[in-house]
Write a protein of this length. Structure first.
Length: 308
């Protein structure tokens, strides 16, 4: 006989959610800061209370059973509701207006996230904001682990995790970039072969864009550039482009200052441009509570918040 649901322990439900999200008891224990024994014991107690197994364990990890899948949406709702209460209680006790945890890619950081944060702080001066920089494949796991509330970045992924929701902000374009003093700057009718005559520095984990970039050379019967230099540091890339005659592949929005001041130029090479969406990621199916719910309107139009 199933016990009355009100007797469920929220810690056990959170253990259950952690195992579902991470696909194994070992990873879930590490992410929750618990021992695997404690987490397994909590799951076992929940299974005993429900009178049913919640996971099937195998070589590929732990997968929810039919009962586990039934419990999943209810557990997520209960967890989100309690977290909202805990946040509101903290705000009441400390006199603050809550906290937003934003993950941002380099393109979004200065051009989108910073103006939105300024607008939010102007409207809610006591609002806490934590901004974490990184690349999309590193930020999305943190969002799923509830370490972040939203992620704002150029979408370079081949597929979107079904547990995530995407809101489009704007489209940006990846282009071949060079210093204005580069030998290829200003030249017409450039070809893929011309691009192989010069050294390259590339960003990390460009996903689908990098795959298509390399395919363009293959389609032209050429080998892609040897990636001898790779970096996630924009300052490093800037220096090599400016002082070393390197070429790079970057979104235009990320280097709009260099392009606007004509320190850099975009090389016109047929087929070597890729439009990608700048998007906001949130967890699918979770009620958006304040203050995270304020982020999307501020990202879309920061000016709306300045005069609140």
């Amino acid at each position: 006989m199933i016990a009355y649901p009100a007797a469920m322990d929220i810690r056990q439900l959170r253990y259950f959610l952690a195992v579902v999200e991470h696909g194994s008891f070992t990873r879930a224990a590490a992410m929750t800061g618990r021992t695997q024994q404690a987490l397994s014991k909590g799951i076992a107690a929940l299974e005993q209370q429900l009178g049913a197994r919640l996971f099937e364990r195998g070589s590929r990890g732990a997968r929810p059973t039919a009962v586990g899948r039934l419990l999943l949406d209810h557990a997520r709702t209960a967890d989100a509701t309690l977290r909202t209460f805990e946040q509101r209680l903290h705000e009441l006790q400390t006199g603050t207006e809550g906290e937003i945890r934003i993950g941002t890619g380099p393109t979004a950081a200065g051009s989108v996230v910073a103006p939105a944060v300024l607008a939010l702080r102007a409207a809610w001066p006591r609002l806490g904001v934590r901004v974490t920089g990184g690349v999309l494949p590193e930020l999305l796991p943190a969002l799923l682990a509830r370490e972040l509330d939203v992620v704002v970045a150029l979408d370079t992924m081949l597929e979107t995790d079904p547990r995530l929701h995407r809101d489009l902000l704007v489209n940006d374009e990846y282009r071949i970039m060079a210093s204005s003093s580069h030998p290829l700057a200003g030249r017409a009718e450039l070809t893929a072969a011309n691009l192989l005559e010069h050294p390259w520095v590339m960003g990390r984990r460009l996903g689908e864009v990098e795959a298509q970039f390399r395919q363009r050379f293959v389609d032209a019967g050429l080998s892609p550039p040897v990636q001898s230099l790779e970096s996630s540091s924009l300052d490093f890339v800037r220096t090599l482009v400016r002082d070393g005659g390197y070429l790079t592949l970057l979104p235009s929005r990320l280097v709009h200052v260099e392009l606007g001041s004509r320190q850099w130029t975009q090389l016109d090479v047929a087929g070597f441009s890729w439009e990608r969406p700048l998007v906001v990621y949130t967890r699918l199916g979770e009620p958006q509570s304040d203050p995270p719910a304020r982020v999307l309107p501020a990202l879309r139009n920061p000016c709306l918040f300045i005069h609140i």
